[in-house]
Design a protein around this ligand. Structure first.
Ligand SMILES: Nc1nc2c(c(=O)[nH]1)N[C@H]1C(S)=C(S)[C@@H](COP(=O)(O)O)O[C@H]1N2
Ligand SMILES: [Mo]
Length: 205
C-alpha cells in the first residue's frame, strides 16, 4: 500500500530509481503489478440507498441518477492502462461502467469545462471534451468485482488518458462550467490538464 506524498513527488521528479524506456509507457513511469491506494483523506462509506450521481450544467439544470437508475444504464467493459503522477502505471486494467457519452446524452450545455466533486469533497477539473467521445466512464466494477471502497466504490470516474488524479473516486457530481476551476490537487501545483504522454505533472509543465 502506498499513500500520496506530493512533496516527495516534486523533490524526486525525474528520478524513479527504476528501469524505464518501454515504448508503451509515458515518460518517467514504471509498471507495477500492484494496485496502490492513493487517497487524500479517509474512505467515505456511501451506501447505495443514499448514493446519487448528478451532472449540473452551467445554467443550473441538474440531471440525477440513483443507484438503481445508474445500474439500469447501458454499461461498457473497458481495458486501459492507468498512470499515476507518483510514477506508477498499471497496464490493461479492466473496468465496467457507464460512458460519459451516455450520461451526457440528454444534457444541454455549452460549457467547456467540468469540475468533478466526490463524496468526501475531493475535486478535480478537466475540459468537458475529455469526458466525451469514448474517453471517460463512471465505473462501478473492477476486474470483474464490485469496485472496492478504497478504490472509489460504489463508483468512480475513470479518465485513463489523463493522470489518475483526474479519475475522482466516490464521484458525486460533475459540474459543467463556462470557466475552468481548479480542483484539490490542481490548486496546490498539479497541472490543469495532466497528459501523461506530455509529462504534464505540475504547473508550467
Ligand atoms: N475522491 C478522491 N478521488 C481520488 C483521489 C482522492 O484522494 N480522493 N486520489 C486521486 C489520485 S492522486 C489517484 S493516483 C487515484 C488513485 O486511485 P486508486 O487509489 O484506486 O489507485 O485516485 C484519484 N482520485
Ligand atoms: Mo495520484
Amino acid at each position: 500500500m502506498q499513500v500520496a506524498d506530493s512533496s516527495r513527488g516534486i523533490v524526486s521528479r525525474g528520478f524513479s530509481g527504476r528501469p524505464r524506456g518501454s515504448a508503451a509507457l509515458p515518460p518517467g513511469q514504471y509498471v507495477t503489478p500492484d494496485f496502490p491506494v492513493l487517497s487524500a483523506g479517509p474512505t467515505p462509506r456511501v451506501r447505495p440507498e443514499s448514493w446519487q450521481l448528478s451532472i449540473t450544467t452551467e445554467t443550473g439544470a441538474v440531471h440525477r441518477w440513483t443507484w438503481p437508475q445508474f445500474l439500469s444504464l447501458p454499461a461498457e467493459s473497458v481495458v486501459r492502462d492507468i498512470h499515476c503522477v507518483t510514477t506508477w502505471s498499471k497496464l490493461a486494467t479492466t473496468w465496467e461502467g457507464v460512458s460519459l457519452d451516455t450520461l451526457l446524452a440528454d444534457v444541454q450545455t455549452e460549457a467547456g469545462y467540468a469540475l468533478a466533486t466526490s463524496y468526501g469533497d475531493y475535486t478535480t477539473n478537466l475540459p468537458l471534451a475529455d469526458l466525451r467521445n469514448g474517453k471517460a466512464w463512471v465505473v462501478h466494477r473492477y476486474d470483474g468485482q464490485p469496485l472496492a471502497p478504497e478504490h472509489g466504490g460504489p463508483a468512480r470516474l475513470l479518465v485513463p488518458h489523463l493522470y489518475l488524479w483526474k479519475s475522482a473516486k466516490w464521484i458525486r457530481d460533475i459540474a459543467l462550467r463556462r470557466e475552468d476551476k481548479r480542483g484539490f490537487w490542481e490548486n496546490v501545483g498539479y497541472h490543469d490538464y495532466g497528459d501523461p504522454w506530455r509529462e504534464q505533472r505540475y504547473w508550467g509543465d
